[in-house]
Design a protein around this ligand. Sequence first.
Ligand code: SP5
Ligand code: ZN
Length: 348
Amino acid sequence: MLIVHNTLHRQHAGRHEMFRGRLVPCHESPDRLDHLLAELARRPVGEMVEPAAGHLDEALLAQVHSPRYLQFLAGAWDEWVALDPANAELDALPSVWPVRGFRADVLPTNFAARMGLFSFDAGTPLTAGSWAAARQGAACAIAAAQAVGSGRSRSAFALTRPPGHHAGPDFFGGYCFLNNAALAAQQLRQSGFERVAVLDVDYHHGNGTQTIFYGRGDVLTVSIHGDPMTEYPFYLGHADERGEGEGAGCNLNLPLPRGTGFADWRAALARGLDEVRRFGAQALVVALGVDTFEGDPISAFKLRSTDYLDIGRDLAAAGLPTVFTFEGGYAVAEVGINAVNVLEGFGA
Ligand code: SP5
Ligand code: ZN
């Protein structure tokens, strides 16, 4: 297992997210990755590398995200500080959104209006270093997929934050800015795999990834997650979303109720892997969130730490070249153990 590490991740350090009318401390914090690194130091599962700083495949990025979204993100922090120098000490959060009936084609000059146009929640603070950290994370995901795509490594793990699976073609949200799993899948396509599957095992539906590939027949998206009737992100991730156009039949959602334990979760994983096989995927991207853990502060499944070893084994049994991207998981002290258990269970 090749591990591609985002050494710039600490540059994204949000102070607050909006929750029930209050600004509360961010769940998605830099120490999550520190715990993962500490666990990897105890249990090395592979060689650690980092992508060249400052280099990113802009063409690939533009195949997943829209130019106007990327342009906005690149300049957003400077715009925020230009509004008021005191903003440099604050996070930028959106507070107004274009819902049904509003226009999405108009690009307002007002900064708050563009924050809302390019986002879907007030839980995802944009900070001074968010763009630098997210870009380097994207570079990690692409490098991991290149290593697998070239055959240099049978499997690779993009060890990065902020996470990515909620980020869509032109929106951020759910602690995500750039969709690392989608970028890895797109890179695998470019490396010559004709059919690629993304399997999302984070507690939350991978709405960004689903949206990016919804009309495409070359990338299957499967997500196992808390039922969006009660769980974030609510407005997508339901079982009747099966893809459209050339992508008809190429999306599978497996929502599970709050309180789901490992036996039922594992049965859903088997169903998802069946679909990956049926699709004829030649390579796999696993969006690896460990917020399915029983101790997770914002989620409600009941997986135990040892279950993650079995998840790794089940994934390995698919027998596919595999890229992992690191997504959610907020029981900070156990994040490292749980994620490394998956990698250890998976093996080389
Ligand atoms: C990548 C990822 O896992 N993103 C998840 C985003 C979830 N955002 C909504 C969080 C709602 C917080 N609820 C706090 C409950 C405290 N008891
Ligand atoms: Zn999650």
